[in-house]
Design a protein. Structure first.
Length: 550
C-alpha cells in the first residue's frame, strides 16, 4: 500500500512540475543550439561531422520529447555524442580589438525555459572553450573582391523538394543562424530576431503549400529591414506574375505617377504618358497594395520600400491590367497591356557624362562616368564655380580619383565593423579609419554639390560619404537607400538565392548609415506637379544653391 501511494505521489509530482512544451518551442531551441554548435563547438567547426545529417537525426528525437526535461536530455545526449572538448587554459587574446556588442547575446543559454541547469552549463562551457582556429563553415577575409564574408562547405541539395520537412527546416535553420551571427545590423531590425524565429517556424514546419513555403523564404529575409536583403526564387514571378507594364513609376502620397517610359512604342499602345497619376490597380488603391505586399518588398527605410514595391503592384500573369488614373484633372479607368521583361525591349537614353550649365556650373552624371574619363573631366570643369555630382543612380568606381581632385589633403570618411568568426555574434571595429583624397595644392576650389535620393544605395552611399569629406560639400535631395556595406549574395539551398549586407559602414565618429542612409543638408523631394511639368526639382534646387549659396 505504501509503495503504491509513493508511486502515485511521484507520478503526481512529475505531472505537476514537468513542463509541457510546444513543437514551435522545441524547434526554435533546436535551431539555436544547432547553429551555436555549428560555429562554436570545436568538434563541429572543424568539419569532421556531417552537420546537416546530425540535424536530420536529432529532429525525430526532439519531436518525441513531450516535456522540457525530456528535451534537455535529448540535447545533452547529443552534446555528449560530439566528443570531449578540451578545456582551454586561456583563449587567444583579442589584441587591439575594439568590440561592438549590440548584436551579441548568448543569454538564451542560461535563460531558455526548456534547458536544464546541466544543459545550460554544458553550452556555456562550449562558449568558453570555443574554436580558435579556422572555421569550416564560414570565413571572413578582407580581399580584392569586396565581399569578405563566405559561407563554405554547405551542401546545396540538388534534389531539394519543398515537401521534405527536414530540408525545409534545414533551410530556415541555416538562414536564421547566418543572420544571428553574421548580419552586422541585426540590432537595427524592427522585429526581434528571436521572435521572428517563433513567428516563422510554423511556415517552415507545416506550410500550407509550396507557395506558402516559397513566400516564407522571402518574407523572413525581408524582415532584416536591409535594402540588400531578399531571397530570390524561380517561383516568385509565378506568384506575382512575370509581365510588366512599359513604364516606370514613383510612389508619392499613395499614388503611382509615371516618371518614364520603358519603351515609347509599347507605352503608346496603352496611351501611357509621363505625368499620369495612377490611383488604383484592379480596383485596389496604391496605398492598399503597398500595405498588402510590403512583407515581400526589401527596404531599409520607407523610401526604399516604395521604390522597390512596383512589381508587387503592377506585375501579373495576364497580358493586361485595369488602372484608374488621373490626367489633366480627369479620373478615368482603362486596361493597359503588360509584357514579359525580354519583350519590353527597354530603351536607354544616351546621356552626357558631364556638361557646363548656365552660370558656369558643372554637372556630372555619375552613372555615365568611368575612370578613364577623369583627366578630361578635370580639364573641362576645373575652373567652374560649382560642380553638381548627380548620385541618384549607382556611380561607377570613380570616387577615389574624384576625391584626389576635390581635396587639398587626405581625409577620413568611413570606418568599418567586422564579425569576429572566432567569437560569432561579436563584432569589432576594423583597424584604422578609411581615407580618401591626397595632398593636392591644385585641388578644385569651387562649390561641391551632391544630389541624392533612395536610388543611392551601398556603393552610391559610400561615394557620397567620400564627397562629404570635401570642405563645404552640400548634399541636396532626399533620404538614400540605407544599406551601406558589401552585399553578400549566395545560394541558400537549391532554387533559393539570398543576400544581405555583410559588414558595417559608419562615419568616422561611428554615426550609423544603415537604415538612416545619407541625410541631405537640403531636403528636396519630387512632387507630382513638378513631374507633370517636366521639372527636375532636385537639380533645380542644386543650381539655385550653386548660384547664391542658399
Amino acid at each position: 500500500m505504501k509503495k503504491t501511494l509513493l508511486l502515485v505521489l511521484v507520478l503526481l509530482f512529475q505531472i505537476t512540475f514537468s513542463k509541457p512544451i510546444t513543437q514551435t518551442q522545441k524547434l526554435a531551441a533546436t535551431c539555436k543550439v544547432w547553429g551555436f554548435l555549428k560555429y562554436y563547438h570545436p568538434n563541429v567547426t572543424d568539419g569532421s561531422k556531417n552537420w546537416d545529417e546530425q540535424l536530420f537525426q536529432i529532429l525525430p528525437k526532439v519531436e518525441e520529447a513531450k516535456t522540457s526535461e525530456a528535451f534537455s536530455l535529448v540535447i545533452e545526449n547529443w552534446l555528449v555524442s560530439l566528443g570531449e572538448i578540451k578545456k582551454q587554459q586561456t583563449l587567444k587574446a583579442a589584441l587591439k580589438k575594439e568590440y561592438f556588442d549590440k548584436n551579441f547575446d548568448l543569454s538564451w543559454i542560461n535563460k531558455n525555459e526548456l534547458f536544464s541547469k546541466s544543459l545550460s552549463k554544458k553550452l556555456k562551457f562550449i562558449e568558453e572553450n570555443r574554436i580558435q582556429g579556422k572555421q569550416y563553415f564560414v570565413d571572413f577575409e578582407l580581399g580584392s573582391d569586396g565581399v569578405p564574408l563566405k559561407f563554405k562547405n554547405e551542401v546545396k541539395y540538388s534534389d531539394f523538394k519543398w515537401s521534405d520537412k527536414n530540408l525545409r527546416l534545414l533551410a530556415m535553420f541555416r538562414y536564421w543562424n547566418y543572420i544571428e551571427y553574421f548580419f552586422p545590423y541585426k540590432y537595427q531590425m524592427d522585429e526581434n530576431w528571436d521572435k521572428v524565429l517563433i513567428e516563422m517556424l510554423p511556415r517552415f514546419y507545416a506550410p500550407e503549400s509550396d507557395k506558402d513555403f516559397g513566400l516564407a523564404m522571402r518574407e523572413i529575409s525581408i524582415k532584416l529591414n536591409d535594402t540588400h536583403a531578399s531571397t530570390q526564387m524561380g517561383q516568385l514571378f509565378d506568384y506575382f506574375g512575370d509581365k510588366f507594364i512599359p513604364a516606370d513609376v514613383k510612389i508619392i502620397d499613395e499614388k503611382a505617377i509615371i516618371t518614364d517610359l520603358k519603351n515609347d512604342s509599347l507605352a503608346k499602345i496603352s496611351d501611357l504618358k509621363i505625368g499620369d497619376v495612377i490611383t488604383k490597380v484592379n480596383g485596389k488603391t496604391i496605398g492598399e497594395l503597398v500595405k498588402e505586399n510590403r512583407k515581400y518588398v526589401e527596404g531599409s527605410n520607407e523610401p526604399s520600400v516604395l521604390k522597390n514595391a512596383y512589381w508587387t503592384i503592377f506585375n501579373g500573369e495576364s497580358p493586361s491590367v485595369e488602372i484608374e488614373y488621373v490626367r489633366e484633372g480627369k479620373i478615368e479607368v482603362k486596361s493597359i497591356k503588360r509584357y514579359k521583361y525580354q519583350d519590353l525591349k527597354i530603351q536607354f537614353p544616351n546621356k552626357e557624362k558631364w556638361k557646363i550649365l548656365e552660370g558656369n556650373v558643372g554637372y556630372v552624371d555619375f552613372d555615365e562616368l568611368d575612370n578613364e574619363d577623369i583627366p578630361a573631366l578635370i580639364s573641362a570643369l576645373n575652373n567652374t564655380n560649382a560642380i553638381i555630382f548627380d548620385n541618384r543612380t549607382r556611380p561607377h568606381e570613380v570616387m577615389y580619383p574624384i576625391s584626389d581632385w576635390l581635396n587639398s589633403e587626405e581625409k577620413e570618411f568611413a570606418r568599418f565593423l567586422d564579425p569576429d568568426v572566432n567569437y560569432p555574434g561579436r563584432y569589432y571595429w576594423r583597424d584604422g579609419i578609411h581615407k580618401c583624397g591626397k595632398s593636392n595644392p591644385d585641388h578644385y576650389k569651387g562649390k561641391v554639390i551632391v544630389l541624392a535620393n533612395e536610388k543611392a544605395i551601398s556603393h552610391g552611399e559610400f561615394t557620397i560619404m567620400s564627397l562629404q569629406a570635401v570642405p563645404n560639400c552640400v548634399v541636396i535631395g532626399s533620404q538614400t537607400g540605407g544599406a551601406d556595406g558589401a552585399n553578400y549574395g549566395f545560394p541558400l539551398i537549391k532554387g533559393f538565392y539570398t543576400s544581405f549586407t555583410c559588414y558595417g559602414v559608419f562615419y568616422p565618429n561611428k554615426k550609423e548609415t544603415q537604415r538612416i542612409g545619407i541625410v541631405p543638408d537640403i531636403e528636396v523631394k519630387p512632387t507630382i506637379l513638378g513631374i507633370q511639368q517636366g521639372k527636375d526639382e532636385v537639380l533645380e534646387r542644386a543650381i539655385l544653391f550653386a548660384k547664391n549659396g542658399k
